[in-house]
Ligand binder design. Structure first.
Ligand code: HEM
Ligand code: HEM
Length: 244
């Protein structure tokens, strides 16, 4: 802090800051993501993190622990965490689908892509050029940008549905014939061949989802710094602010 204060008790820095604020271009804000979308986003991200870590250990189990079996339930806890997070993921997505119906129009962007609109592809090409360092500026979007919509529909929504369907099919084997899991999803196992095939596809699905998350978090943070509007804070506060 500077000691050079004026008779208002303000430092020169304070006055300079006030001048800069007065001269700055105005910042506009639009409310985009309603609370249920934001809460769902972070719960869903936590569930997927738990599912990927525990799923990895289900596929590559830890060595058997020595000692009394009843005192060592490590793989049991790992599987329990997987199934609990699996239910959370499925119930969360059902809730998110409900919000797409009753929420604002941005709440619907996750579930469809305007593939048959020429303008959409033009905008998507523009975003690709921006990401590839060919275009100097990205477009300005209130909801998801056109490339994000593509990635979120194909790389997240369809993939997550696939993980839920194959996951509950595997769960139905443990819950046994006649359980609701087996009756609703049992048909998936012969579709892929046999149980091990479903395990393999469910496992590959995890790596595809890990790729989505890496690209998604990179894009979110990069756009926040380099792009024309707020990004990460938009998924926290719900507001999109524009820098120009
Ligand atoms: C497992 C991890 C994650 C998954 C599966 C995930 C998935 C998603 C999905 C599906 C959406 C679309 C939301 C909707 O339309 O309802 C979204 C949006 C978003 N996510 Fe994530 N996310 C993850 C982690 C993160 C992290 C760690 C960040 C922050 C660095 C982040 C930042 C954002 C932002 C900012 C948006 C809104 C994008 C926009 O401004 O249009 N996400 N995410
Ligand atoms: C993001 C979503 C998910 C990821 C990343 C994921 C990941 C995995 C992975 C990597 C495995 C090991 C497969 C193997 O190599 O044999 C696995 C197994 C399994 N997952 Fe998931 N999973 C997800 C969602 C679900 C859901 C929604 C359920 C339904 C409750 C589920 C139930 C199961 C079951 C029953 C197994 C087999 C457990 C065993 O054989 O001991 N998963 N998961």
């Amino acid at each position: 802090m500077s000691n050079t204060t004026t008779h208002h008790g303000l430092s020169r820095e304070d006055i300079n800051d006030a001048r800069e604020v007065a001269a700055a271009r105005s910042i506009k804000s639009v409310y985009v993501y309603e609370a249920p979308v934001r809460i769902w986003h972070w719960i869903n991200a936590a569930a997927i993190t738990v599912l990927a870590v525990t799923g990895y250990f289900i596929g590559s189990p830890l060595p058997t622990q020595p000692g009394e079996a009843s005192a060592n339930y490590l793989m049991g806890y790992i599987r329990f965490a997987h199934f609990a997070a699996g239910y959370l993921l499925a119930v969360g997505l059902a809730g998110r689908l409900y919000w797409a119906v009753v929420g604002n129009h941005h709440a619907r962007e996750l579930f469809w892509v305007p593939l048959f609109q020429r303008a959409y592809w033009k905008e998507l090409g523009g975003m690709l050029k921006w990401y590839a360092f060919i275009a100097p500026r990205p477009g300005r979007y209130v909801g998801h940008n056109p490339l994000a919509r593509f990635a979120m529909f194909f790389g997240f929504f369809l993939l997550t549905l696939f993980m839920i369907v194959t996951g509950f099919a595997l769960y139905g084997e443990g819950a046994q014939a006649g359980s609701w899991q087996e009756r609703l999803f049992g048909w998936v196992i012969p579709l892929f061949g046999q149980s091990q095939d479903v395990h393999t596809w469910h496992h590959l699905g995890m790596w595809a989802l890990v790729c989505f998350v890496i690209l998604h978090v990179y894009a979110a943070i990069r756009e926040d710094i380099m792009g024309r509007s707020s990004v990460v804070s938009t998924m926290i506060s719900g507001h999109r602010t524009f820098k120009d």
